[in-house]
Design a protein around this ligand. Structure first.
Ligand code: HEM
Length: 185
């Protein structure tokens, strides 16, 4: 099922055109997307460093989650709102952008990883809260989180590059993966 017709309709809406053609609004939204990244990812990395044992190992884990949790959530909400606005401003190009698609897959996996941690091993945190070396499942949650969020940032940054855009002739694989309509020779 292709969302292309929906993205084409979205691109014709007054709001999408206004945001896309705006002199200040789009850069403002994108800058906020990047600034919120510092807050959200900055806090997430501190928690992941604690889980993988490369930093803050003398700090009880619940001290980190209790004190940094609200900032992480605030940063995440701002990331999602500004991200959706960035998508809304250029829906067709973003939808057919291979880096955006990779980023969405990584975002889903990162969400799953956080949910498995939150509703799994973290429920028994009282048993290992002070431990410098956390249980294996918590350690793996930290490793996956660091890998997936790094991938999301790299893919997010690559969205701006048009190497694989559909308005160029692409390989069969890229044409399929990006959802391009095949070029007529
Ligand atoms: C919540 C976690 C997210 C992170 C860590 C993240 C990270 C990033 C990064 C690092 C960039 C590159 C910014 C730049 O250097 O110009 C970016 C761009 C972008 N992001 Fe996100 N993002 C997130 C969520 C989202 C969501 C939920 C969407 C849309 C549904 C989204 C849509 C976009 C778009 C369309 C761009 C490209 C902007 C451009 O280059 O013009 N992001 N993101």
């Amino acid at each position: 099922m292709s969302l292309l017709p929906f993205c084409q309709w979205l691109a014709e809406t007054r709001g999408s055109i206004a945001l896309h053609e705006s002199l200040y609004m789009y850069p403002l939204v994108e800058s906020t997307h990047v600034i919120a990244l510092c807050l959200f990812i900055g806090m997430t990395v501190i928690l992941d460093f604690r889980l993988v044992g490369i930093g803050f190992t003398s700090v009880p884990l619940t001290d980190i989650t209790r004190r940094l949790g609200p900032w992480m959530q605030a940063g995440f909400v701002v990331m999602v709102i500004t991200g959706v606005l960035l998508f809304y401003a250029i829906p067709v190009r973003s939808y057919q952008n291979i880096f955006f698609r990779v980023k969405v897959i990584f975002l889903i996996l990162a969400g799953l990883n956080a949910a498995v941690f939150q509703w799994g091993i973290y429920r028994r945190v009282a048993e290992w809260n002070m431990d410098k070396k956390v249980p294996r499942r918590a350690f793996m949650a930290g490793v996956f989180s660091l890998i997936l969020w790094s991938g999301i940032i790299i893919a997010g940054r690559m969205i701006a590059y048009n190497w694989f855009d559909c308005d160029r002739k692409q390989s069969e694989f890229i044409t399929w993966a990006a959802g391009c309509t095949p070029h007529e020779d």
